[in-house]
Design a protein around this ligand. Structure first.
Ligand code: FEO
Ligand code: CA
Ligand code: CA
Ligand code: CA
Length: 720
């Protein structure tokens, strides 16, 4: 499909129509395999002017990718892959520097204690420190004279996706009994961290005692707004939460409030300057020590469709905190799975769960404002065989009045995507009158039956997955981040990309049932045009363009931007391999499991990966997780960063001048035990000896998720 719907994207590096160096390298990639296997490949080499294979690679390596149609070019040379034994450090290209900005446990608020490397600190300390397992994030610049956004001072909002209890507690999760104190610390390490950053004498640091410093955790009071607010499915037992207990008050909530946000994976922002945190694997934080609702009940059906189980993901919160005991509080689960809006500039603002954007395992939310000031958010539901969505606001964005946009996220239309085999696509509205696969309107379906259309819409939003099932949306290979290509340099299309990270349940013959009865991740759909690989180990990146350059379009055109993989072992047929990191002299040129995806304001596409990260098994040639930079016109890709052992690289943002980049490193040394937390990684202490201030010794003792700050040594634009 590549190029058919996107002729402008097939811009060659050689406008003459002759074979471009990109084409030649594509051939060499193929011939390299043949060369190894049978000594063929002289033709391709001759086409490149008689250079040796290494010569071609070096020539391309030295050549900056030129700027074309809405793309500023890539000017750095790839760092080598970090193969087993994976380096326990972050690597960046020659000419760049990386430093630690902030790590799990660092103070970000007034009165916060310094991190204790033996993990002996309690929930109260964690409440004022940077949370665990950093993920999506955004830098909101503070404004200087005349409202000019600053590039040396701003607010970093970052998600803390989940906790690793073996590293979070000195004796791990199972040692010496499990207590509410442990639950509270784990809850305090979840959520969102908000920190003021400042560059002082060239050195980026977290501002101590900043009034902007804030933690939002699993116990922070939140409002619920939008069409589902107040519905009976969101009403649950009311609790009083203290350090000593979670106590039921005997009352029932009004369905318009909730405590906490959890499993905050990736994120979004709004054009009015608020942060969106997206609740992904919230089901895993629940468990049950009392009987679950019967499978035939409304709650039981929801549990099945959203993967809520008695065991959860192994957290033990429910043993000490009744709120997370499924049997006692089935509706508590319905308070999670939303997009939550946070005002980073007002530390007292209550986070708001915006139900109009639907309830699923939200990965991220990318906004686009079109020329008519209509506004949409593009979102993925990260589970095998789930869907891609867009939410179109009913009201227009008002660029001149921030307050006028305050409730834009409360009314509009949610759509699920259907990718047709011919490269066209349809946005399927999830509204009471929408006609499903069975020829009936959603309001006629048992799952959404209500007293009136307002109630039907509320149920559609709480049961978003079931509504998309009924409409026949396309099951995807785990939609992760969405990113919109900037419309700059004469480039005017509304083009949105989405990483499809992998899917080991693709290639069978079972679909998500239209009646919403298929348990989460249990279908095994056949391959289709948009998800063309059975057992998709390495993942791919899909993109679409809105018809008429309007976010309100009912249709779109799509193609596959990249199919990741390992070209060295040629596990994949060439036709299924479109990854093309072209400038690694060692020969491996690949990445897999794309997850983080972000366009910088200058048109460069950054992709971050999430696989095992130790260079084992399917990743022997690819090595550590990484961040690559791609040219959206050609797909040409270079490796910008590799991460420490067993980490995931996730979260990327920049200062407005493009000269400072922040990149997240999550769960270095994953799967170590409490007895030996540094079994696989001691990062960041394995890479640096002091904190970002260059003075304070960096604590040793356990691996810590954190954010690195990257600058170019010549002070230039990152990626240029
Ligand atoms: Fe938390 Fe889908 O990544
Ligand atoms: Ca992710
Ligand atoms: Ca992932
Ligand atoms: Ca991971």
């Amino acid at each position: 499909m590549k190029g058919l719907q996107h002729p402008k994207n097939d811009v060659s590096l050689n406008a003459s129509g002759n074979e471009s160096i990109h084409d030649v390298i594509a051939k060499v990639d193929v011939s390299r395999r043949q060369f190894v296997q049978g000594g063929v490949g002289a033709g391709a080499l001759a086409a490149a002017g008689g250079l040796t294979l290494g010569g071609i690679v070096q020539a391309v390596e030295a050549a900056p990718v030129p700027a074309v149609a809405g793309f500023a070019g890539i000017g750095f040379e790839s760092v080598p892959a970090s193969r087993a034994p994976v380096l326990d450090k972050v690597t960046v290209p020659t000419g760049y520097s990386a430093n630690l900005l902030v790590a799990w446990g660092d103070p970000i608020m007034a009165g916060a204690a310094a991190f204790a490397a033996d993990a002996s600190q309690d929930a109260a300390a964690q409440m004022k420190q940077y949370g665990m397992h950093t993920d999506g994030m955004h830098f909101f610049p503070l404004q200087g004279i005349g409202g000019k956004p600053l590039s040396d001072r701003g607010i970093l909002c970052a998600n803390n996706e989940y906790t690793d209890e073996e590293v979070l507690f000195t004796d791990g999760q199972v040692g010496a009994g499990y207590t509410l104190a442990k639950t509270r610390k784990s809850q305090a390490a979840h959520g969102v961290s908000i920190a003021e950053l400042r560059r002082v004498a060239g050195q980026w640091q977290v501002v101590k005692n900043s009034p902007f410093g804030r933690r939002i955790t699993a116990n922070t009071f939140c409002k619920i707004s939008g069409p589902a607010a107040g519905h009976a499915l969101l009403q649950t037992r009311q609790f009083t939460i203290t350090d000593a207990a979670t106590s039921a008050t005997g009352a029932t909530t009004d369905g318009k409030s909730a405590y906490g946000t959890i499993n905050n994976c990736a994120h979004g922002i709004t054009p009015w300057g608020t942060y969106l945190t997206c609740e992904e694997n919230w089901n895993g934080n629940f468990g049950s020590r009392t009987p679950l609702p019967a499978a035939t009940t409304e709650a039981g059906k929801l549990f099945s469709r959203y993967g809520v189980t008695a065991g959860g993901f192994g957290y033990r919160w429910h043993e000490t905190d009744d709120r997370f005991d499924l049997g006692q509080n089935p509706n508590e689960t319905n308070l999670f799975g939303w997009v939550v809006e946070i005002d980073p500039m007002n530390p007292r603002a209550v986070p708001i769960k915006r139900t109009a954007l639907g309830r699923f395992k939200h990965e991220s939310a990318q906004y686009v404002v079109d020329r008519a000031n209509h506004l949409a958010f593009y979102m993925g539901d990260d589970e095998r065989n789930e869907y891609i969505y867009k939410f179109v606001c009913a009201g227009k964005f008002n660029p001149g009045n921030r307050a006028a946009n305050r409730d834009l996220l409360d009314s509009g239309t949610l759509y699920a995507a259907k990718f047709n085999a011919d490269g066209s696509g349809t946005w399927l509205p999830l509204t009471p009158g929408s006609i499903g696969l069975d020829g009936k309107a959603l309001r006629e379906h048992a799952n959404f039956a209500g007293a009136d259309d307002a109630e039907v819409q509320a149920k559609i939003l709480v049961k978003t997955r079931m509504a998309a099932d009924a409409m026949g949306a396309t099951m995807m290979d785990r939609p992760e981040w969405t990113g919109a290509r900037p419309r700059i340099g004469g480039y005017s299309e509304i083009e949105v990309y989405c990483t499809l990270t992998n899917n080991n349940r693709r290639g069978g013959s079972t679909a998500n049932a239209a009646d919403g009865s298929t348990p989460a991740a249990s279908a095994r759909p056949p391959v289709d045009a948009a998800n063309p690989r059975a057992n998709n180990v390495y993942g791919h990146i899909i993109r679409w363009r809105e018809t008429g350059q309007s976010v309100r379009a009912a249709t779109f055109a799509w193609d596959i931007f990249a199919q990741a993989g390992d070209s060295v072992t040629a596990k994949l047929p060439a036709a299924q391999y479109q990854g093309n990191i072209v400038d690694d002299p060692a020969g491996s040129a690949d990445y897999g499991a794309p997850d983080g995806l972000w366009f910088d304001p200058f048109g460069r596409l950054w992709v971050q990966t999430d696989q095992v990260g130790d260079g084992s098994g399917d990743w022997v040639n690819i090595g550590a997780n990484m961040m690559v930079c791609a040219d959206p016109n050609t797909g040409m890709t270079r490796r910008f960063l590799t991460g420490p052992n067993r980490c995931e690289v996730t979260g990327v943002t920049m200062t407005p001048d493009g000269k400072t980049m922040f990149v997240g490193v999550q769960h270095p040394g994953e799967d170590a035990t409490a007895a030996n937390p540094q079994q696989y990684s001691a990062w960041p202490a394995s890479q640096w000896t002091t904190e970002a201030d260059g003075v304070t010794p960096l604590p040793m003792g356990r691996p810590r998720s954190g954010v690195v700050v990257i600058t170019k040594d010549d002070g230039g634009l990152i990626g240029s």
